[in-house]
Design a protein around this ligand. Sequence first.
Ligand SMILES: [Zn+2]
Length: 440
Amino acid sequence: MRFFSLFILSLFGIGVQGQFQAPSNFYSDYIRSAKDTLASPFFHGRGYLKDGQKLSAYHLATEFVKLGLKNFSPAPSYYQSFEMPVNIFTQHPTLAFDQDFLTCGVDYLPHPSCPSIQGNFQLLWIDTTHFQEPKKFKSISKRDLAKTFLVMDLPKPLPRKLKDVVENFKKNPFNAAGFIELEDNLVWGVATQASRFGILQVKRGIIGPHHKELRASVSSTHMPNFPNANVIGYIPGKEVKDTFILVTSHYDHLGKIGPHITFPGANDNASGVASMLGLAHYFSQPENQPKYSIAFIAFSGEEAGLLGSIHYIRNPIVPFPKTRFVLNLDIMGSEDLITMVNATEQSNAFKLLDSLNQSIGAVQKIKARGQAANSDHYYFAQLGIPAVFLYTEGSVKGYHSIFDTAEKTPMAKAGEIHELLIRFLNSLQTRSWKPQRMGN
Ligand SMILES: [Zn+2]
């Protein structure tokens, strides 16, 4: 950056003595371009196929080097390595109902925990009446279902009285070859375990009771020890070096299904990582050096169940009593609202962010939510460490689908939100700010 700014200044004939003021759109451009890069095909959806996660980790470590972030000794690098189990889809799947071939990602998805399925199967249509009429239920229980997929045509949400019976039925007591869930929206994920039987998600309306036969070819492999890593760097504080604020965001996403289907994860969470890089860029400028140290942690394994942050809290690099605050950014691509999770517990942090937003009008509103296990702040907060999670809401859709793309995630308020977060982080470093530590 130093070379870059000198170069720009000399281009415009401005004396280098004068304080360099980054143009106001510098950070929004920087953040958007970081988001575009992470969501590009090169990173294969930052998952477990084609080295997507590994390439992303390497890219982030390279960015940390460029920004001059330090790595924690004795670790020889920015990586904090761990292993995790994951079910991966190695081949392009094919699915046909009679003569109708379906398109993966658009018409259907194999459930993340789906094992390999090969062959032809009969279809049996199951609706609510099967759980309400004993005669109908009995007819299922008597059949040999080893070559049958059960199409679960049930309303969502389920009527309360059917919840238990359907949940038990989905444990597959009658040994069906598999289940087909009809979904209004196809939402994918990452599974750490493989199921014993097939599970497919098909978009509602694509298939009907007139379909008699399923031909399926799905190849998945369960990897018990997939190597993974969090990427961690820091900026030493000017005054209080041993106490840290953590800015965190998960860089992993869902990856790919075979070679052709990619989940780019632009909003979830290239946008959060890009926002974090914007903050790292800002605070790494000598004139912006923070008073406290700030560590930047790109977690992995979040989509598989917060596995990277669980590994971190079991092996903390900054001791918990020296962790002043955790700001977790996940889904930062929208422009209307920012929700703070764990805001009811961290009421001072909420009031602070809300009043800063009212003074600069970065977004329309800051909303408060209670604690939820929905991102990497969760276990920090459960340990009593002041930790919040921010996510945005607005025009960006496509959650956990192939449509969560860089083009559909413009980050319209990237610069404004960046400004808000800088003010927030600076306020957390003032003497008057008292961290709300819980349970001690
Ligand atoms: Zn996420």
